[in-house]
Design a protein around this ligand. Structure first.
Ligand code: AMP
Length: 396
């Protein structure tokens, strides 16, 4: 893996694809700076070497032309503060003015380009547009893991104009190293915990994992499609009837591959989708009509505990129940605590995907697990076994 540690940037202009797609309030102030802060190490390394940095990103979903609310100039006050220097700004990300500004950069200086998606060519992956962008820098650095699954001009196509001069920044490097540790070199036993609302969204991940894991733990709304597929009664629980056969095929495949597939044995059920609903606990396949399963039950939690604490590698994606509602958060919280405990005991744990990351944050366990991935969609596609265009373009 080629990263920015492999070279010195002295006298070079690094063209860095970052993910500055951050939330802004009505006064155009950045309300969550996490993604910007994460790029500090990469930019600092380049500046310290005696190089200069050109930052390019998208922001929001402009319709294909300039829009005030999506201008990256709104980030300048925060960037100036973070980097402790006045960051220059190119009002157009390509063209004469950008070329002049980039050419005039001195070592230690930073230039921010206007929103790449003000050109529809960005998302189309237009080669001509990518070539224009490429004129701005000497070295291409991709540090935007969140868009690595997109074959856009600035995330993948541009790399062809930097043969031997393209590499990953620290964010990308970390993500790839940690996910690859789990997917390619797991210490055994390897347990994947997959939850969330729907089977349809996770089936590719499950199938890809069947070739790698020892244990596959299923929870969340998607468990009911498996339970119904086995002939269980699931009342009014969430189900995808189109996926019943695929669920059966998956169970058969797991059996053939010797994967221990754990499907919940009991569920917390409720008579409505609310915190005030009447609650009960039943066997997962004996849910009465009019009731719906919204969390895993205590017998299931105990079974999962043995498996999770006996694991050396753990991958967790998706909550075990409707953890946003306090009445149905126990399963998710208990699993989060177990993953933290297993990590304490020496397991390597990776948490990925929006809602399991939200759960880990809710229970303040970020520092008690090995790695929390920041790339929602990109991470999911990686787990599905898809080669991400942003990674492939650098490795090629
Ligand atoms: P996903 O984005 O597919 O990972 O799904 C996350 C969502 O699944 C969360 O908002 C949970 O509230 C929801 N969820 C988890 N368990 C259930 C369940 N038993 N019934 C309905 N929704 C659920």
């Amino acid at each position: 893996m080629k990263t920015i540690d492999d070279i010195s940037f002295a006298g070079k202009r690094a063209l860095i694809r970052v993910d500055y797609n951050v939330p802004l309030n009505e006064k155009y102030e950045v309300t969550d700076t996490t993604r910007i802060d994460a790029t500090l190490a990469t930019v600092n390394k380049i500046l310290k070497d005696g190089g200069s940095a050109i930052l390019m990103s998208h922001l929001g979903r402009p319709k294909g032309g300039p829009e005030e609310k999506y201008s990256l100039k709104h980030l300048l006050p925060y960037l100036n503060e973070l980097f402790g220097t006045e960051v220059k700004f190119a009002v157009d990300c390509i063209g004469e003015s950008a070329v002049t500004l980039a050419a005039g950069l001195k070592p230690g200086e930073i230039l921010l380009l206007e929103n790449l998606r003000f050109y529809k060519e960005e998302e189309k992956g237009d080669v001509g547009f990518a070539e224009k962008l490429s004129k701005l820098g000497d070295i291409y650095v991709n540090d935007a893991f969140g868009t690595a699954h997109r074959a856009h001009a600035s995330t993948a196509v541009i790399a062809q104009f930097f043969p031997g001069r393209k590499m990953f920044g620290y964010i990308m490097g970390n993500e790839i190293r940690n996910i690859s540790k789990v997917m390619n070199y797991p210490r055994k036993p390897f347990t994947a915990i997959i939850g969330g609302a729907k089977v349809s969204g996770k089936i590719q991940i499950i199938r890809n994992l069947l070739d790698k894991v020892d244990n596959l733990v299923i929870g969340g709304g998607m468990m009911f499609t498996f339970i119904k597929a086995m002939g269980g009664k699931i009342g009014n629980s969430l189900v995808e009837d189109d996926f019943l056969q695929l669920a059966r095929d998956t169970m058969e495949e797991a059996r053939k591959k010797g994967v221990n597939l754990l499907i919940p044995v009991d569920a917390v059920i409720a008579d409505s989708f609310s915190n005030e609903a009447q609650k009960d606990v039943t066997a997962a396949g004996e849910i009465p009509d009019g009731w719906l399963g919204l969390d895993i039950g205590s017998r299931t939690i105990a079974q999962f505990r043995d498996i999770i604490l006996g694991s050396k590698t753990i991958l967790w994606n998706g909550p075990m129940g409707v953890f946003e509602i306090p009445s149905f958060e126990t399963g998710t919280r208990e699993i989060a605590l177990m993953v933290a405990e297993a990590t304490q005991n020496g397991a390597f744990s990776l948490i990925g995907g929006g809602d399991s990351v939200a759960a880990i944050n809710k229970y303040k366990l970020e520092s008690k697990v090995s790695y929390v991935s920041t790339g929602g969609g990109a991470m999911l596609e990686y787990l599905e076994g898809i080669e991400l265009p942003g990674i492939e373009a650098i490795n090629r």
